[in-house]
Design a protein around this ligand. Structure first.
Ligand code: GRF
Length: 198
């Protein structure tokens, strides 16, 4: 069986990355994690990659706060290509991608966001949903484009907002949903391996 070669990018905790790597290890997900890359040197996601014996790398992002310096983004493309990655999986990667990546991997970069997009893009989306008085929120996997939390939606999972929810309890339930949804979406790409085109 051919396994879909994926690359995972993240800046932080890495709980989605862990969920994906666990599914691969247990044989539930016909993907192969070729590399995990972070723009944060001491990000726990890199430690998780090492725990699962996956190649991992720190990418110095350059001087900007919300995007990579163009040279860094070119370097990112090179690293992913050299690793033979077909699908780029953003898992808490806190930088907006631009032309070098979007051109190199058209419809091959996906992201997960903790709201039912197009509602509540941006930071702390669960707090935005609570403040707006919503009764349902959730998470969304979408293709990545040049705007924040914006590209075409691939799949969503709803999460009910309970009357006594705090930001913390709601966020925790959304993250549980994310850890189910993201591997399931990647599995769909795997079925269309080697040329996923959902
Ligand atoms: C997730 O909640 C995801 O929705 C958002 O960033 C968070 C990353 O969490 N894009 P983790 O690093 O996977 O734990």
């Amino acid at each position: 069986m051919k396994r879909l070669p994926i690359g995972i990018l993240g800046s932080g905790k890495g709980s989605n990355c862990r969920a994906i790597l666990e599914r691969i290890r247990s044989g539930d997900l016909a993907a192969e994690a070729r590399i995990v890359i972070s723009d944060v040197l001491d990000a726990p996601i890199l430690e998780i990659a090492r725990e699962f014996f996956v190649a991992n790398a720190y990418l110095p992002p350059g001087q900007f706060r919300t995007r990579l310096e163009p040279e860094a983004e070119e370097e990112l493309v090179k690293m992913l290509r050299e690793a033979g990655v077909d699908l780029v999986v953003l898992a808490g990667f806190m930088r907006v991608l631009h032309a070098p990546m979007l051109k190199a991997f058209p419809r091959r970069i996906i992201n997960i966001h903790p709201s039912l997009l197009p509602k509540f893009p941006g930071l702390e989306a669960w707090k935005q949903a609570l403040a707006a008085g919503e009764t349902v929120t959730g998470c969304t996997v979408h293709y990545v484009d040049e705007k924040i939390d914006h590209g075409q939606i691939v799949a969503q999972r709803e999460v009910a907002i309970l009357p006594n929810d705090t930001p913390e309890t709601l966020h925790a339930r959304i993250q549980i949903a994310e850890r189910e949804l993201y591997p399931a979406v990647i599995a769909e790409f795997c079925e269309k391996c080697p040329a996923p085109d959902l």
